[in-house]
Design a protein around this ligand. Sequence first.
Ligand code: GLY
Length: 392
Amino acid sequence: MTEGRLHYLLISQSQKLMNSSPDVLIMGGGAIGLATAIELASHGAQVTLLSRNFQEAALHAAAGMLAPQAEGLAPGSMLDLCLQSRALYPDWTAQLTAFTGLETGYWPCGILAPCYGNSVPTETRVEEREWCDRTTLLQHQPDLSPEVVGGWWFPQDAQVNPQQLAQVLWQAAQQLGITLAEGVCVNALECRDNQIQQVQTNVGTWQAQTYVLATGAWSQQLLPIPVTPRKGQLLSVQTTAQPLRQILFGSDVYIVPRQAGRIVVGATSEDVGFAAYNTPDGIHALLTAAMRLYPPLADFPLEDCWWGFRPATPDEEPILGQSPYKNLILATGHYRNGILLAPITARLLTALILSGQADPCLADFSWQRFTPQFPITPHPSQVVLSSMITRF
Ligand code: GLY
């Protein structure tokens, strides 16, 4: 995969990966669905995207950290994928901005991870991170908690503004001629001979050559794959002059400054199903941890609080690539890293759909790691309904 391919928005019709346009139906209007739709359409595919409720997508709830390092991902294929995607961000967002005229809020501000207690490491420089003692840390960021003894500095980690990114993606999709069908709820996938024949929705059936499942935390309502909601509550305060110079990443809270003076505090991680509300307990926990880490926060005007549902898998890694159905591609389960992984997911799946070539890295994210025996029944016609969830 070369950096040159980042210029996908400028690709002319003659550079299509296929001679004839495939007809792709994407289920899900979140970061993954939209980014994949845009990548496909920019390579000449005719794309339709179905979204039940665009505002419900996990990206609206996210803080927008691009933080493979601060999140502490273990070395391996997931960290590699996240690092690749983070590396795509500067050009990806610049291309989107050039195409739409809208800003994404991409900001390579770095992340500071202050530590409490006596946990000073013996090794103070490890690949992309650097240990700072308290004095150095306070030069990076004044007014941290008196309890902070030092911390890790991750200069390569960054952020994007999820609300701005959502608007940019939606706008780019419209400009590329993608059919964006909002208010369309996919109720079932109909399949025959291990192929999806059509999808049933609240407004009738839709057909395509290829289908992409990008329905995030709701994926299990359509297919028996182990993706469950993990609720995150967030809140924000508003300042007149932004006092934070980078993201602060604590063990149980993160504090994300926006350039316009807003500060986002996140996020809880709750296994409570689709409980669609903020709770006093969740907000209390966030505020307590945030004020401990950065005491000045206690005096800023409280602005808003909200929540979202991360799509979690048992190993907290996404499910990507070919499904047991020949014309159904999976792009779900991105858990804490959906926004970060949007550009790389879009690229890998576009190559898979348009050229039939699966990048070797997709093998590590196959659905088969959870369930080698996918429940396909050899009936001539099968409607895959949510009742099949019980098979897991
Ligand atoms: N990416 C951070 C979170 O999901 O809370």
